[in-house]
Design a protein around this ligand. Structure first.
Ligand code: PLP
Length: 356
């Protein structure tokens, strides 16, 4: 089968096989990864290697920390303002979709002022919000963007100018699926469960100069504490960090982000090209803003959409139902989805349309 789920999502076969092979006894210990202490030299090696592989793959400069949290992207919607919005208590937001809006709502709920600079909600987030006016200096603690909008299928291929305001990117659904310069951001966060591993680890890559002592915030979201304790002030998700580490090794082996981005462009182009010539299916997203990793499409008739989903499922093409807020279908083409999976999808969509 090919699994097009939006996350948790398909993982490389090689990673699953290695987990199976190593499960009874990791590196000759006689214990599985799920049973070893995080206060062991073995786990130190696992977490440090994963961290170094992240640095290598993303060319993370030395003045950035790489931290591993639990709590998901949603946890970071709270953690980022608590750690960063300490001066102005005021955040700027580009509202590009469901997850950007959620981040804003969480910050607002915690008492921060959130100014939405631009939004494309009125057009159902079919494009990224344009921001033409210059950000005022020394007004916002940061500008929040969602680099890839998982539900609506848009992505920033160029970043907005911030005029000195720190830039925070929620990269949950396209981290390492396409290239970004880490130094263009002041903080990047991402749950690993789409492109990099099983659910349970959230990466935070943050400029060291932004990490400050902050009082009265939960320890499990305290960047300074996590930086000091190598992401282990308490028990980390040992298995998930291990499995993420295996996926990072796999990514390195296949050529890193450059190779991945080329493959993801090839995969998504195949599907977009089909959709653009189809008389039945339509992708509503403005072409220049199209995502490489999440492709929503629909017929305009929910019964036909469902018939297509049923047909694809019968052919082993799974989890193609669109998010309830958009409807239709959605194919998530994350890093571990092979080109052959997208070929199989396009072939079946073609047959479905022809036989309708
Ligand atoms: N941000 C983006 C872009 C997402 O796609 C998601 C989940 O799909 C989240 C945040 C929320 O992540 P989590 O479920 O890990 O809290």
């Amino acid at each position: 089968v090919y699994n097009f789920a939006a996350g948790p999502a398909t993982l490389p076969d090689q990673v699953i096989t290695q987990i199976q092979d190593e499960l009874p006894s990791l590196r000759g210990t006689g214990m599985s990864i799920m049973e070893i202490s995080h206060r062991s030299a073995l786990f130190d090696d696992i977490i440090n290697t994963a961290q170094q592989d992240l640095r290598d793959l993303m060319s993370i400069p030395d003045d950035y920390e790489v931290l591993f949290f639990q709590g998901g992207g949603t946890g970071q919607f709270a953690a980022v303002p608590m750690n960063l919005a300490t001066k102005h208590h005021r955040i700027a937001l580009l509202d590009s979709g469901h997850w950007a809006a959620k981040a804003g709502a969480e910050a607002k709920n915690l008492g921060y002022q959130v100014d939405t600079l631009a939004s494309t909600k009125a057009t159902h987030y079919d494009r990224l919000p344009a921001r033409t006016s210059t950000l005022p200096t020394d007004t916002y603690d940061y500008l929040h963007i969602c680099t890839n909008n998982t539900i609506e299928g848009t992505a920033y291929h160029d970043l907005p100018q911030t005029n000195g305001t720190p830039l925070v990117g929620d990269m949950s659904s396209n981290i390492m699926a396409q290239h970004y310069n880490v130094s263009d951001f002041d903080l990047i966060f991402a749950g690993v469960q789409k492109n990099l591993g099983p659910a349970g680890v959230t990466l935070v890559i943050v400029k060291k100069s932004l990490i400050k002592k902050v009082d009265h915030i939960p320890s499990v979201f305290n960047y300074q504490l996590f930086a000091k304790k190598n992401s282990m002030p308490n028990t980390p998700p040992v298995f998930n960090i291990y499995a993420t580490g295996l996926t990072l090794k796999w990514l390195k082996k296949i050529g890193g982000i450059e190779a991945m981005e080329a493959l993801n462009k090839k995969k998504s182009s195949l599907l977009y090209d089909f959709l653009d010539q189809s008389k039945l299916f339509n992708n509503p997203v403005k072409h220049v803003d199209r995502s490489l990793t999440n492709v929503p499409f629909m017929t305009g008739d929910s019964k036909i959409d469902q018939a297509a989903i049923d047909d694809l499922t019968a052919h082993g093409l799974l989890n193609l139902k669109g998010h309830r807020s958009v409807g239709g279908l959605r194919a998530s083409l994350y890093n571990a989805m092979p080109f052959e999976g997208v070929q199989a999808l396009v072939n079946e969509l073609y047959h479905f349309e022809k036989n309708l």
